[in-house]
Design a protein around this ligand. Structure first.
Ligand SMILES: Cc1cc2nc3c(=O)[nH]c(=O)nc-3n(C[C@H](O)[C@H](O)[C@H](O)COP(=O)(O)O)c2cc1C
Length: 165
């Protein structure tokens, strides 16, 4: 397996918890809070798993904003990226996990191959920029309303992306 890093942004710990669960199931990977990640991380790893909770009106988690220029200017050609997003589909039904859509667009524009799209079945929300062609661009989690589903969702997603890493 090639070198993999998980980079996540989290304010109250939910996306951090998702990142830790993903790391435990994936094995053999590094994990970094985006506030401590560096530009070198984007160059030194073959596979990047990028995650964020969603804040404000569909915004990235705060710590992502200082790192975003690094992601925008990186050349991710030849690298594989998977994204995950954490949000609240009932209280923020028109911007559910929008931050995952932003991570997806940024990584794609930087030339990465993106893997790990998932079905929207089992979720209930009005709109999300993380949905393209009726599918989530990555793994969507909701610790506010469907916490009990997170472990099994992460489990199937890790099994899905593992052969691609
Ligand atoms: C002020 C506020 C704004 C939020 N905005 C959104 C949003 O636009 N879309 C969404 O899906 N979730 C939104 N959420 C829900 C959080 O993303 C959710 O609670 C998440 O689990 C927090 O994860 P964290 O602890 O990793 O930061 C918002 C929550 C708060 C308190």
């Amino acid at each position: 397996m090639k070198k993999t890093v998980i980079i996540y942004g989290s304010t109250t710990g939910n996306a951090a918890s998702a990142a830790e669960t993903i790391a435990a199931k994936l094995g053999n990977c590094d994990i970094k809070d985006v506030s401590t990640a560096t530009k070198d991380d984007l160059e030194n790893y073959d596979n990047l798993i990028l995650g964020s909770s969603t804040w404000g009106d569909g915004d990235l988690q705060d710590d992502w904003y200082s790192f975003l220029p690094n992601l925008k200017s990186a050349n991710l050609a030849g690298k594989t990226v998977a994204v995950f997003g954490v949000g609240d589909q009932y209280s923020y039904s028109t911007t559910y996990v929008n931050s995952m859509g932003e991570l997806y667009d940024t990584a794609k524009a930087a030339g990465a191959k993106i893997v790990g799209e998932t079905s929207t079945e089992g979720y209930s929300f009005d709109s999300s920029t993380a949905v393209r062609n009726d599918k989530f661009v990555g793994l969507a989690l909701d610790y506010d309303n469907q916490s009990d589903l997170s472990d099994s969702r992460i489990d199937s997603w890790v099994k899905q992306i593992l052969p691609e890493l």
